[in-house]
Design a protein around this ligand. Sequence first.
Ligand SMILES: [Zn+2]
Length: 655
Amino acid sequence: MAENPFFAPSTLPYELPPFADVREEHYLPAFRHGMAEQLAEVDAIAGSAEPPTFDNTIAALERSGRILDRTATVFYSIAASNSNDEIMEIEKTISPELTRHNDAIRLNRALWSRIKLVTTEDPEEAWLLEKYRDDFIRAGADLSEPEQARLRELNEELAKLSTGFAQSLLKALTESALVVEDPKELDGFDEARIESLRKDGKYVLPLLNFTAQPALAELTNRDVRRRLYELSVGRAPGNFELAARMATLRAERAALLGFPNHAAYSVADQTAKTVEAVEEMLGQLVRPAVRNAEREAEELTAQAGFAIEPWDWPYYAEKVRQARYDFDDSVMRPYFELNRVYRDGIFFAATKLYGITFTERPDLSGYHPDVTVFEVFEEDGSRLGLFLLDPYARERKRGGAWMNSLVDQSFLFGLRPVVMNNLNVTKPASGPTLLTYDEVNTAFHEFGHALHGLFSQVRFPRVSGTSVPRDFVEYPSQVNEMWVTWPEVLANYAKHHETGEPMPAELVEKLQAAEKFNQGFKTVEYLAATLLDWAWHKLAPGETVSDAEAFEAAALEAAQIAVPQVRPRYRTNYFAHIFSGGYSAGYYSYIWSEVLDAESVEWFKENGGLTRANGDHFRRELLSRGGSLDPLTAFRNFRGREPGIEPLLKRRGLD
Ligand SMILES: [Zn+2]
């Protein structure tokens, strides 16, 4: 037991987790020891003979559970990026135990009565205290014993369902892959790509986690496109039932906690605060977005010469894009080499804005040889933190791209941040990794989250870095996307991987012009997923859904977002954000954050763009504050005014 690497803090620089020492058999003992340790710490806090103070109650809770925190951070990072059957088994076992553990803290009556008595004059402490009170009330601290007993049952069953949902999805990425025997069916892919898909004499194209598989834009064989599309929308069919059950249980839980539905419960502690605020916002977007998509569908049908189906959209959209903008992803790719995009693009922009620099640390490692560790320094050479990058797709890696924190910055523990970005770029069989334009965008986006974590300057871990409401968290990352096509940045990284020639000016212009293209599709597929999420989570308590697919269709119809050729970005069966990812009734967050993003991009442009002064202002007022104050106050301190929706409407062509 003494050898368990989770029992003591890591001795590596920045307390980087000792991935090389971690083995599967360490997790369960560390989880259980960590939970027991934290319960003992909580009992000591709750049973203290001292009068309750901020330090002996709230700060003491912040200090508790270190072993559990270290274990969970590493475990869930691996479960997302490098899972295997054993990890999946552990996840199933531990998920209900963790739920019981969290309930044991949040539903501890002695602890709750002490928290209620704490007072403080310090604004950062007062904000955190408020968060704790809200967390406890939202977790059911004020309920009666029988109500709490039912709540515990609901939480446990929901945790199990959510793990089951995520696991069948992970399996479906490869189990529902498109398999062809004749490589001619993959016409449209280049030879290297086809070669990289070869497996046991067949060709296997794994699914990506959303509806419109990017390969649909390239495959020339219409029937193959249809098969790929149907595999995509039909994956993990058992998840329909799990999702419906979860929605019903969530509605019951919301009612227990005094809310009319789960959506109302879910947004109450967000910046949106009310169901009405979200619906008002979405209401302004649906009609113009649908009009745009219908116009685009007509163009594509004209291009194709027949009525297009959902599996044809990406293919003919690409054709129209090439015809109109002479834009071709394959012409762009040689200019987007992975290392250059990071070093000369993403890091370059961060240096220009914030003065920070990046040095690779080959002596430090992640959980897989493909993970690179960078040390980040301030302009004056002082240490800031670590940034880990795991760019490649692999079997048993969750789909999509994300940022996660491996060590949260806090003054309480004197810890500097260690943050990580995960992408799902296909690793080439040999040669350089060339990205698509979308992948470049995603890389800048995820790095925006990383900056939010790296710049955190707060006292308490609970509000460190990206620990902000989820309808605010996408805002800094979206802002960072503005530098993708910023001329000074683009000129610095978009260079041909063989010749070093900069991307020709006319390609750059096309790139910028083509950005406005296909916005109807993009907005509708996003809004359809948002409204689907919303419908599931506005179920009234007691309501059950026996046919989840019919429910889905009816919900889209009722929301007036049903464009036949544009399906939601996620259907119910693979909507991981809302059924296993903590975004239930929260998928609206992306566009909600985009209001602040569009405002901020305008601010940067008004003030001269890529300058140290602008970077410092954004960093000081916003990025460094984490969740340590009201997020909209931080926004106003940065922008100097209330946010308005106009910049967003203009950007999406909806004005
Ligand atoms: Zn994001």
